[in-house]
Ligand binder design. Structure first.
Ligand code: 3SL
Length: 252
């Protein structure tokens, strides 16, 4: 039976050999939630960058640019890191490529590129990710983007939620990290939003008046798609069908 392990921070990645495994990179607030939303809204692909200047430079090649630093939209780009940037219609995104850089999420993606497959996970596509890793049948490492190298609750909760969905087909008991994430997920279950109100990143987002983003990013199974990061580009994998949204009226 394949195993599911959780890497709580990109700083811990040197302890994991990703070769032969599937990495599910997660930055619930908000990079991977925004990437999933972008593809669901018809963005053709995204190029993730670690550096702001490299991201901005892609405008000359026809890309929309999306950039966040310390939770705020960076200067001189089209979009920040809110999933609503792809939903509210202010910037038309359908059919466009997006160059994106964020504080932690895009860095975690690049650091996970050695995996056999590097997938983009969020609560928004939790079920699709669970089904796809089952199909792949390989060991999985959930790579939490964290915050500047530190552990964060919301990414760990995603690890627990994925482990809970895969308990029947994956070994979710051999890693203390997975056991801890499962326990946290159980504790958070009755009211995930209230549970996360105490987290450091939600406090940071509240400070930036982005509570609406937090509530959106915690919706489960909104989109039936799995973005794959390969050869420097994030796009829908060939295995995954048309992006589908579970609920209507998201464009507000
Ligand atoms: O660090 C990141 O990658 C971002 O997701 C952080 S924020 O949610 O935009 O503050």
């Amino acid at each position: 039976m394949p195993a599911l392990d959780i890497c709580f921070s990109p700083e811990l990645l040197p302890l994991f050999d990703l070769r032969g495994r599937v990495a599910v990179v997660v930055d619930i607030l908000r990079a991977t939630s925004s990437i999933v939303t972008a593809l669901a809204q018809g963005v053709t692909h995204l190029l993730p960058f670690s550096e702001l200047d490299a991201c901005r430079a892609q405008a000359a090649a026809g890309y929309l640019t999306a950039a966040e630093r310390d939770g705020r939209q960076a200067e001189g780009v089209d979009l920040g890191n809110s999933p609503y940037g792809y939903l509210n219609g202010v910037v038309p995104v359908r059919g466009r490529g997006v160059a994106i850089t964020t504080t932690n999420g895009t860095r975690a993606l690049h650091l996970s590129a050695a995996a056999d497959a590097t997938l983009v996970g969020a609560f928004l596509n939790l079920g699709a990710v669970a089904r796809h890793v089952q199909e792949l049948g390989k060991d999985v490492v959930v790579v939490c983007a964290g915050w500047k190298g530190n552990f964060c609750l919301e990414d760990t909760l995603f690890g627990g939620a994925l482990a809970a969905r895969l308990q029947a087909s994956f070994d979710t008991i051999s890693s203390d990290a997975t056991l801890a994430a499962l326990d946290l997920w159980q504790a958070a279950q009755p009211d995930i939003i209230s549970y996360l109100l105490k987290s450091a990143h939600v406090r940071r987002l509240n400070h930036l008046e982005a509570h609406k983003d937090m509530e959106f990013c915690l919706r489960q199974d909104e989109y039936d798609l799995v973005p794959v990061f390969e050869a420097g580009k994030i796009a829908l994998g060939p295995h995954v069908g048309v992006a589908a949204s579970r609920s209507a009226g998201l464009n507000s």
